[in-house]
Design a protein around this ligand. Structure first.
Ligand SMILES: NC(=O)c1ccc[n+]([C@@H]2O[C@H](COP(=O)([O-])OP(=O)(O)OC[C@H]3O[C@@H](n4cnc5c(N)ncnc54)[C@H](O)[C@@H]3O)[C@@H](O)[C@H]2O)c1
Length: 383
């Protein structure tokens, strides 16, 4: 086995992502034993001491704190992992970078492009390793799509289409803000489905199909007022409940994106499809081990959409898991991101998406929201 170096992790935020990341760190030793760096679950932070203690015990953190600044001040912590709501990302990331710590930040990078710009500046000034958890890139079928596109098999790309559909906010009595519902509060989240869900679709699109030049968008807030959990008052809802946008990519292709939390029956339906001159690809999060592929060069009598079960050892990441035919799940995308981050420390190559790359996604989100507000086409702001 490779001589291992330890990487002490300080994780901030014990919710959904705190769990997926902790699981990711824990599984590295067994499934990626060749990596030089071994993540050590050093310290976890939650604002509530009992919750922090319980999380530390359950997931195997050696220490817990209730103030994230303690993680920044602790010289034995190498990497800060930000799993808190969007309004905290900038302050924590900038403080961590100033202390020379590596930063792994949840998406979206921040609430606004302005906040994101400050984060990129701080990270690049400090020269620290960084990554943003746009984890869907690392689902093997999605990584395979990237390999197929980069091989040129699709030829000229005409269309990129993506959806991210949910239905959990239809109930008008659902409050906004506070624990568990911060996504409904624009002051904390920055935006609604645009930053939360479309940012994932945009990250994947930029990765697979290159940069976007301009956009035209519409948003809607179907329920205009909701009770705020923290103030107890009925307040205006300022997030976008739904967003649809059209865009042009710099490679000449057209994009069509839709996201909503009002698509009754859909819990997390993320799908994308790419149509090229010679071939097309489509993918569906609900069947994440499969990639569908249509190749016009196939014999005409057999031609049709192939459903590739991406579980073979020669396909991305799959040599690390079981045997061909046996699938993996959502949580593995986080394990893969940890593995790629650790590998990037060995090679010195950046771990995509970096803060700078996530800034590009944020720039598209900003253009989308500006377009929806003004009704005009908007250019994507340059870095
Ligand atoms: N990559 C993905 O697919 C994905 C999925 C879900 C969420 N996210 C992102 O992850 C982040 C967290 O989302 P979540 O779903 O885990 O939210 P969550 O509400 O489940 O968890 C957030 C946790 O942060 C804690 N917290 C809030 N402020 C804090 C502070 N100042 N100090 C310490 N803890 C604090 C909360 O108490 C809560 O436990 C968000 O930025 C979100 O957009 C990404």
């Amino acid at each position: 086995m490779t001589q291992q170096k330890t990487l002490n992790i300080g994780l901030i935020g014990c919710g959904f992502m705190g769990r997926t990341h902790s699981n990711g760190y824990q599984r590295i030793r067994n499934f990626f034993p060749e990596l030089e760096y071994k993540p050590v679950l050093h310290t976890v932070c939650a604002r509530n001491g009992e919750k922090a203690k319980a999380f530390a015990e359950q997931w195997g953190y050696a220490n817990y704190v209730t103030d994230w600044k303690k993680i920044i001040e602790d010289d034995s912590i190498d990497a800060v992992d930000i799993c808190t709501p969007n309004d905290t990302h900038a302050e924590i990331a900038i403080a961590a970078a100033a202390k020379g710590k590596m930063v792994l930040c949840e998406k979206p990078l921040a609430r606004t492009l302005e906040e994101s710009r400050k984060m990129v500046e701080a990270i690049e000034k400090a020269g620290v390793a960084n990554t943003v958890w746009y984890n869907y890139r690392r689902i093997p079928a999605v990584t395979l799509a990237k390999q197929i596109i980069d091989s040129g098999k699709l030829g000229r790309i005409f269309h990129f289409r993506a959806n991210f559909l949910q239905d959990w906010t239809i109930n008008a009595k659902l409050p906004q803000g506070g624990e568990g519902l911060w996504r409904m509060d624009a002051d904390v989240a920055g935006s609604g489905v645009t930053g939360d869900l479309l940012s994932h679709c945009i990250d994947t699109a930029l990765w697979l199909n290159g940069s976007i030049s301009n956009v035209t968008a519409m948003t809607e807030t179907f329920v205009k007022e909701r009770m705020h959990q923290l103030t107890g008052k009925v307040q205006e809802v300022k997030i976008d409940d739904a967003c649809a946008f059209l865009c042009r990519f710099n490679n000449g292709s057209l994009g069509l994106f839709e996201s909503t939390r009002y698509a009754r029956g859909h819990k997390a339906l993320y799908t994308f499809e790419i149509n090229g001159e010679n071939a097309s690809i489509r993918w569906d999060l609900h069947d994440l081990n499969r990639l569908e592929y249509f190749d016009n060069a196939d014999d005409s009598t057999l031609r049709g959409w192939r459903s590739i079960h991406v579980t073979d050892g020669e396909q991305p990441y799959m040599d690390k898991w079981w045997v061909p035919g046996l699938g993996i799940g959502y949580e593995h995308s986080f394990v893969h991101q940890v593995a790629d981050f650790l590998r990037s420390l060995e090679t010195g190559a950046p771990c995509s998406p970096t803060f700078r790359e996530a800034y590009e996604t944020q720039a598209v989100c900003e253009a989308v929201l500006d377009s929806a507000a003004s009704g005009a086409w908007k250019d994507v702001p340059k870095a």
